[in-house]
Design a protein around this ligand. Structure first.
Ligand SMILES: O=P(O)(O)OC[C@H]1O[C@H](O[C@H]2O[C@H](CO)[C@@H](O)[C@H](O)[C@H]2O)[C@H](O)[C@@H](O)[C@@H]1O
Length: 274
């Protein structure tokens, strides 16, 4: 990260007690891989998250279902002090053993289950399609689908939404996602999480005092992260996009830039050495 960017961060952090880290998973902490089921944290990153969460409020805000990330056999993050907002924020959980367990739009879960069944049945004939169950979100991966077949995938998803208007579609990197149609996203989830983290850590948590308490640092690489970046513009936080190339100003609401997950890890490590 350039010196000018670091100075901007330092001057914003001077106005509050602590940074609050909200970190996307795929493409931010874990490098992008062709098989969505194989995306894992690089060596050392779980330890880094542990140390970070010992000192500062720290959360993973991801499109993945919380179960895949949080704890237990085979969980991909499994760091005791970390908070989670999974399924793009539809499910929020506190660290292992905490009581915080909040879901948004639980009444639409049966709709998402039904959508998964329909997608499996109708997309099975199209080579390369992978369907991932992210609990509140049905993710249709198109990375391995030929360009000629993409319109057919689109048509199936649009047909499904005609039958299930309580759901909507969003787009990510080679993925179409079907989720509840309500005004909730990573940005809203981040705001709620920070309030909860301040409360649980005994930090001032009222709407006004929070501004001087926790300064959100959101790092993400994907379309859904833009909702969180937008909430933090204008000094309300530190929105950082992860991209291989420096982003054009209009292509993101983020104000700062890191190149890849390795730079993200280096950036986070800085907060342990300062
Ligand atoms: O919010 P995130 O944690 O970034 O999750 C967004 C989506 O990430 C995953 O898909 C992406 O990463 C895969 C593994 O590197 C890659 O194969 C895929 O093409 C990317 O779109 C995840 O599988 C999705 O369910 C998430 O919504």
């Amino acid at each position: 990260m350039e010196r000018a960017q670091l100075l901007r961060i330092q001057s914003r952090l001077k106005r509050c007690l602590t940074p609050a880290f909200c970190l996307d998973y795929d493409g931010t902490l874990a490098p992008i891989v062709t098989n969505p089921a194989a995306a894992r944290l690089p060596d050392g990153v779980a330890a880094l998250l542990q140390q970070l969460s010992d000192r500062h409020p720290t959360a993973i805000v991801s499109g993945r279902a919380v179960e895949k990330l949080q704890a237990g056999r085979g969980a991909w993050v499994d760091v005791p002090g970390v908070y989670y907002a999974g399924s793009h924020g539809f499910e929020i959980r506190g660290p292992n053993g905490s009581q915080l367990n909040y879901t948004v739009a639980a009444q639409l879960l049966p709709e998402v289950r039904r959508a998964l069944e329909v997608l499996h049945a109708k997309l099975a004939p199209i080579p390369g399609v992978q369907i991932e169950d992210n609990k509140f979100v049905a993710s249709v991966h198109t990375r391995n689908v030929s360009a000629a077949d993409l319109p057919a995938v689109d048509a199936v998803v649009n047909g499904l939404l005609e039958e299930q208007p309580l759901l909507t579609r969003t787009a990510g990197i080679h993925v179409i996602e079907v989720r509840p149609q309500i005004h909730w996203h990573k940005g809203k989830a981040m705001g709620w999480l920070i309030k909860c983290m301040c409360e649980m850590l005994g930090l001032p948590s009222g709407a006004d005092s929070r501004k001087a308490t926790a300064m959100p640092i959101f790092i993400g690489d994907d379309v859904s992260d833009e909702d969180a970046f937008a909430e933090l513009r204008g000094g309300r936080g530190i929105p950082i996009v992860v991209r291989a190339e420096a982003p054009l100003r209009r292509s993101t609401a983020a104000e700062l830039w890191l190149r890849d997950p390795q730079q993200v890890a280096e950036f986070l490590a800085m907060f342990l050495n300062s």
